[in-house]
Design a protein around this ligand. Structure first.
Ligand SMILES: Nc1ncnc2c1ncn2[C@@H]1O[C@H](COP(=O)(O)OP(=O)(O)O)[C@@H](O)[C@H]1O
Ligand SMILES: [Mg+2]
Length: 238
């Protein structure tokens, strides 16, 4: 039996796989139901590794609660054991958009600002439902999907208590370090975003830039990326 056959036990057996999404931790598939007449797509996420049941439960909790919030999240259809079936959002990730925007060398419109708003809304909403501030933590641009003029958030496994400034700083670090890193275009987008954060929210902007720097150091360690730290001055001289 190959790995995929072993993974597809129970209800999963009635689904056919169309493709596998990029995931470092889990197995995430685009699937459809074998006997369904009108072919509809779903995403089947099989959690792997340490704590997988807890991670699935945490993700289920946030996906279900956020349906009542202003943040767009896909509907959960089945959630049990180490897997979850959710509705497929037909669109590209924000990383795909970043690459397209930069190739066209125009600005990103309001797309990145809307991601900033999602980060802030999530933090505020968690204060309401949990009485504590939670952050998304995994701010990878592949965890935001653009579809029908809406931005959807997926992937809540790594959420934990924190301050919105951490997510803001991390988001900016991610934008700067996708290949090619620290281009003039990326620097100019990030400067505008920092300004937006500082006028729009009651955020501690020094904390945002400290998080940005911290995340850049961590990215340099975990990816094969050389960060030109000298160029940070161009951004942080607000
Ligand atoms: N509901 C969904 N609709 C469309 N694409 C999805 C959906 N859920 C996941 N994906 C795709 O699968 C990838 C991995 O899913 P994700 O939940 O982020 O898992 P991981 O924790 O392994 O990163 C995403 O980056 C995205 O491309
Ligand atoms: Mg992800």
């Amino acid at each position: 039996m190959n790995k995929k056959d072993k993974e597809f036990s129970g209800y999963k057996r009635s689904f056919a796989v169309f493709k596998k999404f990029y995931s470092r931790k889990n197995s995430v598939y685009l699937v459809s139901k074998k006997d369904e007449e009108l072919e509809e797509f779903y995403v089947l996420k099989i959690y792997r590794g340490k704590d997988r049941i807890n991670r699935r439960e945490k993700e289920e909790f946030f996906l279900k609660s956020l349906r009542k919030s202003s943040i767009n999240v896909p509907e959960v259809l089945i959630s049990e054991g180490d897997s979850m079936l959710i509705r497929y959002i037909n669109g590209g990730t924000i990383l795909d958009m970043l690459i397209d925007f930069e190739a066209g060398k125009n600005d990103a419109g309001n797309t990145f600002y809307r991601v900033i708003d999602i980060i802030n809304d999530f933090y505020k909403y968690s204060l309401d439902i949990k009485g504590k501030g939670y952050i998304l933590r995994d701010i990878n641009l592949r965890n935001f999907i653009y579809s029908n003029d809406r931005i959807w958030r997926i992937d809540f496994e790594d959420c934990s208590e924190g301050r919105a400034e951490e997510d803001f700083g991390r988001f900016l670090a991610f934008i700067l370090t996708y290949d090619p890193v620290f281009t003039e275009w990326k620097i100019s987008e990030v400067k505008k975003l920092l300004e937006y954060i500082s006028v729009r929210f009651e955020s501690d902007i020094n904390m945002v830039t400290a998080e940005l720097r911290k995340e850049l150091q961590s990215i340099e360690k975990r990816r094969e990326v050389k960060v030109p730290f000298g160029r940070l001055d161009k951004i942080i001289s607000l």
